[in-house]
Design a protein around this ligand. Structure first.
Ligand code: HAM
Length: 431
């Protein structure tokens, strides 16, 4: 048989019931949190114009897009993220909505990444965008909800790696390094290719003072906020835009402290993200057990204007659901599935099948999940199979009892059974 009839495409996965349940569990928590913070859901298409998705996604991600022509020759792509679609939506159909706009999305994304642990070609995100505010409290809100989501899922010891791209871009812009070259530098920093990044800066006219400043920044790392801010401010003291970016960074961090939010930070002044639209705070979330980020986000104040929506600042985050599932596994976090009633209705003999169907309908109409034994197995075979499938109760439909309007109700856990009137079943089975 051809392998293509039996295999999933490389990088694509089937989620079996247990995994699918976990994904939906995370989705439910993410949706609950969206509601708690006032984010409304929007659903955007999986297929968008290539130009929209490619505009500011960054070179690496651009090369990894699934791009194709539809039958009318439109150049389209599968979405690699939500942010471009949301920016399009805000710049068009939602442009006159009062600000702020808080939007939540959940769904699958596609990137032609090299498949490996935690890296898939189809993956899922819970995405939150806060649109219309350039103020530090908006950045704080996004960090806070990220923190709350991971906490509500039972994860521990997660750390937010943070930086402010305004500092790096402030230095490079002052030296007239073009935006294109800056983008290339950010891509390299994202991959920790410090020397190559410096080389590009040099090739694009950065002075030796600038290169020294960048080199010093790349060494600034740690958890002590005051110390880090102090060190950065010393390095960038001659770059006004970088200083004002640093000031914004300090305001955000101060507000977190004063707002009583407990978030564990890791500062890295040479940290950048591959996506090109970021203009301010950037961050990624890590758990110690995984070496890939479980989430990432930041401020992007100029993307919406690129799509013709006027100058609208925004900040957001996307949590990688597949990686959160892995993190939960690694940290031994196993959410309990609600032990709900599940009934199997077993007709004893062919003559009772129709009644079994009627009883199962009665139970479902009363909101009680019920399956009918459809394999025509013997009672004992059907009951032993029921145990395997997490059935909590069996309703045994036999001719003798049926003639009196009765059935047998069996509790599969303690194996106790009793006769019951058919009409009493819903009351007895409701929890
Ligand atoms: P991102 O960092 O590209 O940001 O993706 C966010 C998260 O999606 C990552 O931290 C990771 O958990 C997950 N992810 C990304 N690629 C893969 C993959 N190949 N396999 C599994 N998981 C993956 C964004 O997408 C931005 N749109 C976030 C944002 C929203 N910024 C502002 N608003």
């Amino acid at each position: 048989m051809r392998p293509s009839l039996r295999q999933t495409v490389r990088g694509m996965r089937d989620l079996l019931p247990e995994e699918a349940w976990k994904l939906r569990f995370i989705e439910e928590k993410a949706r609950l949190l969206a509601n708690l913070y006032g984010y409304e859901e929007v659903i955007t298409p999986v297929i968008e114009y290539y130009d929209l998705l490619a505009a500011k996604i960054g070179e690496e991600n651009r090369r990894r897009m699934y791009v194709f022509e539809d039958f009318s020759g439109r150049k389209v792509a599968l979405r690699p993220e939500f942010t471009a679609s949301i920016a399009r939506l805000v710049a068009t159909k939602m442009v006159s909505e009062p600000k702020p706009i808080r939007l939540f999305s959940f769904g699958s994304l596609y990137r032609y990444d090299e498949p490996q642990f935690g890296r898939y070609r189809e993956f899922w995100q819970a995405n939150y965008e806060l649109i219309g505010s350039g103020k530090p409290e908006a950045d704080v809100e996004v960090l806070s909800l990220t923190n709350d989501l991971l906490g509500s899922l039972g994860l521990r010891n997660y750390v937010m790696k943070v930086n402010h791209v305004g500092v790096l871009r402030g230095i490079l812009g002052y030296e007239n390094v073009s935006e294109e070259a800056q983008n290339a530098i950010m891509q390299l920093l994202d991959k920790k290719s410090w020397n190559e990044a410096l080389k590009i800066a040099e090739d694009h006219g950065a002075s030796s003072r600038c290169l020294e400043a960048l080199k010093s920044l790349f060494k600034v790392k740690g958890e002590d906020k005051e110390k880090i801010i102090e060190e950065i401010s010393e390095i960038v003291r001659e770059y006004p835009d970088a200083l004002s970016a640093l000031n914004n960074f300090r305001e955000i961090l101060d507000l977190i402290g004063r707002g009583g939010l407990e978030i564990k930070f890791m500062f890295e002044a040479g940290f950048a993200r591959g996506l090109e639209y970021y203009t301010g705070l950037i961050f990624e979330v890590y758990v110690p057990e995984l070496n890939v980020a479980v989430g990432g986000g930041g401020r992007y104040d100029r993307l919406i204007e690129l799509f013709g929506g006027g100058s609208i600042p925004a900040v957001g985050v996307a949590l990688g659901v597949d990686r959160i599932m892995l993190a939960m596994e690694k940290q031994d976090v196993h959410p309990e599935r609600n032990r709900e009633v599940r009934v199997l209705v077993v007709p004893v003999g062919e003559s009772n099948i129709a009644d079994a169907l009627k009883i199962s309908c009665l139970l479902r109409r009363n909101g009680i999940p019920s399956e009918v034994e459809v394999m025509r197995r013997s009672l004992s075979r059907a009951l032993s199979d029921a145990g395997r499938r997490k059935i909590t109760h069996a309703v045994i439909v036999g001719s003798k009892e049926l003639s009196r309007g009765m059935v047998i109700l069996r509790n599969m856990e303690n194996k106790m059974q009793e006769e019951s009137k058919i009409e009493d079943l819903p009351g007895k089975l409701k929890i």
